[in-house]
Design a protein around this ligand. Structure first.
Ligand code: NDP
Length: 422
């Protein structure tokens, strides 16, 4: 299996499609969709959102041989940013040598809340809510019976009193097992159904009833251990610098923001390909980065001197779905899910968190090594060549010449392209 993917990046699109066919990972239907580059049609798009005037495309790539929990995956990526796919492939390969990523699903539940104000006695209100827990859970479940029939549903309630600028809020948190769905609509339906009961129990007024994207009950961890020598010639030195970079991302919010952006270069690409709500995942993880009070880097890297390994760890809320939203609607999403062997929500979450850690490893390795511009500039030269009007026939030569220029910019690219397009 691994062999057929070797040199995948050097092949043309037809050859890559042949490899996908040989790998026998897609159904006939999905293979045809891919070969015909069949994307979202106008009518479907028009029924999905408002004021549609067309559809919008982005490159669709894969990272093969990505090992998570002992299984090899061909991971679909949708991104416009050069070097993201190459970086993840590179890090995935390094980690695969020592067994790949190991993940754990700590829980898979969603949280929503009803906020109430003008509550005369907040202590009494909290008491009454907790006493009525069973009845409230029953009301929530009766509002969305199909998830209960599938084996999920509302399972717990917690209450807090929060104050801001002289206003007290009684906040009721509903915890729901949404099974294979992300659950926004499920939660919102249940929470709205609770409003009347909660107003009567608290003698207060409901402000809003809505899902929270701070999904602390959907945490997934991923870890990897890389022998120093697998990082290259000066592996131990690099590993020590990666450990320092991890500490730096906990100490400085300016670095933490970019450290985490790098993690999401990978995660967002796969979340988009899998048809999930990437704003929800960004909101979940970016808020989780502040869990200790300050915004921090989300991953941790340390050197294990005894085993001579670099150990990477990450824990992220990852409430992705295998059903619901637009997942079953977009043909490219069907292909992307097919490439991953149609994973359930938990398996997809495990792959995503591992992709985040891989992407982070690639970025840190480059940053504390040669710097990231070396790799980036090659891909940037390609973007400049395309912008300057290079054709399929001359793009490689244009890029080669452009990289030798003192000033690698659009003006230089245009001059070179002019020469070739004469
Ligand atoms: P849906 O409303 O699409 O609900 C999931 C659907 O999947 C239901 O119709 C359910 O069927 C079906 N289903 C089939 N099998 C299963 C299974 N095994 N487990 C669970 N459901 C199953 O999606 P969500 O409630 O997940 O909401 C996600 C959508 O909400 C996304 O499009 C998101 O963008 C959007 N959204 C996000 C918000 C946020 O993040 N803050 C806010 C509002 C909307 P059945 O009904 O029969 O149970």
């Amino acid at each position: 299996m691994e062999k057929i993917w070797s040199g995948f990046y050097k092949k043309n699109i037809d050859e890559r499609l042949e490899v996908i066919e040989q790998a026998d990972i897609l159904s006939k239907e999905h293979l045809e969709l891919l070969k015909n580059n069949e994307v979202l049609d106008f009518d479907t798009a028009n029924n999905m959102v408002e004021n549609v005037i067309g559809t919008f495309s982005l490159p669709f790539s894969v990272v093969p041989n990505f090992t998570v929990d002992g299984k090899q995956y061909v991971v679909p990526f949708v991104t416009e940013e050069p070097s993201v796919v190459a970086a993840c492939s590179n890090a995935g390969k390094i980690v695969a040598k020592s067994g790949g990523f190991k993940t754990e699903i700590l829980d898979r539940k969603m949280i929503g809340h009803v906020a109430l104000y003008d509550v005369a006695d907040t202590t009494l209100a909290v008491e009454r809510i907790l006493q009525s827990k069973e009845l409230l859970l029953k009301t929530a479940n009766e509002a969305y019976p199909s998830i209960v029939a599938r084996g999920g549903g509302a399972c717990d309630i917690e209450v807090k009193v929060l104050s801001e600028e002289g206003v007290d809020f009684v906040v009721v948190y509903l915890i729901v097992d949404t099974l294979e769905a992300m659950g926004a609509n499920m939660l919102n339906t249940m929470l709205e159904a609770l409003k009347v009961s909660l107003e009567s129990l608290t003698e207060g007024v409901a402000l809003m009833a809505i899902l929270s994207n701070y999904a602390t009950r959907s945490l997934v961890t991923a870890e990897c251990s890389i022998p120093f020598e697998d990082l290259g010639e000066n592996g131990e030195y690099l590993a020590k610098r990666i450990e320092l970079a991890s500490k730096f991302a906990k100490a400085d919010v300016y670095r933490a923001a970019t450290h985490n952006k790098g993690i999401f270069n990978g995660i967002d690409s796969v979340v988009i390909a899998s048809g999930n709500d990437w704003r929800a995942i960004e909101a979940a993880c970016q808020s989780y980065a502040t869990k200790d009070g300050n915004y921090k880097g989300l991953s941790t890297w340390r050197c294990d001197e005894a085993s001579k390994e670099l150990v990477g760890e990450i824990a992220l809320p990852m409430p992705v779905a295998s059903v619901g939203g637009s997942i079953g609607i977009n043909p490219t999403v069907k292909v992307a899910r097919g490439l991953l062997n149609n994973p359930d929500a938990k398996t997809l979450a495990s792959i995503l968190v591992s992709v985040g850690l891989a992407q982070n490893l690639a970025a840190l390795k480059a940053l504390v090594g040669d710097g990231i511009q070396k790799g980036h500039m090659k891909l940037h030269a390609k973007s400049l060549a395309i912008l300057a009007g290079a054709t399929n026939e001359n793009i490689e030569s244009v890029v080669e010449e452009l990289r030798k220029e003192k000033h690698m910019n659009l003006a230089s690219a245009k001059k070179i392209v002019e020469k070739y397009n004469k």
